[in-house]
Design a protein around this ligand. Sequence first.
Ligand code: KIV
Length: 295
Amino acid sequence: MSITSIGENRQKITTATLAEKKSRREPITCLTAYDYATARLVDEAGIDLILVGDSLAQVVLGYDNTLPVTMEEMLHHTRAVRRAVKRAFLVADMPYASYHIGVKDAVINATKFAKYAGAEAVKIEGGQKRIDVVNALVDAEIPVMGHIGLTPQSVNAMGGYKVQGKSLSAVELLMRDAVALDRAGVCCMVLEGIPREVAAMITAEVSTPTIGIGAGPECDGQVLVINDLIGMTFHNPAKFVRRYADVGAVISEAIQNYRADVTAGSYPSDAESYHLPKDTAAALDDVLARKRVIR
Ligand code: KIV
């Protein structure tokens, strides 16, 4: 397989690049990736930020929501992605319960991503409620990506996946969360599942870059789950998903063709088989001929 780089500027993306992009009003591109091959394609296509999201739980591991995914699973997939990524800024999602129990625990878990999995930042969900954790991580020299709005780890507390920030009080709360994260020094923040007007206000208010998912076009950047973008999911996509390919259908057709060929005996062909060297084949013919004579 040949993978062609789009040949654009291959300069490494850092926290400084993200800030520069915001100040130049240059959109930041972000996608999730969970394995080596996909991460290579995403990186070589020039995406700025790669997130090993805990959406891994649903799209790769088949769980119902993000709550069950473990530190070990997130570390394992972050390492695979790390081996692929050369240019993009690599962020690992801290899974549920890895930063909810205590600040010390959160720092220990975050350092595992930085030290043993090569993550350049970690993402945690929540605003003011998690400020102590954010402060401690920033103190430990670990850049933090914030995440507010529809935070999937709060699915039970929220009573489902619902657009957040629809009432005046909810807008005010979101703005307070965003400002708190900004002041705490996050390197960027995800705004998920909120009205476009609210995301625009937050983006104008905070100095940190905002990365939207279901938050409209005024954010400083956009993120999507790669499986949604390429059509590798088994559910109806959310309103904000734009599907750029139907890779699921391509894979399905390839598998059906393979199955049909094996069943019909047309795979593998002679050209797809290995052969004995000529002298070994001749010697083997001799041996078999002698055996036939003896019998
Ligand atoms: O886990 C994830 O993929 C995410 C993104 C959708 C932001 O948190």
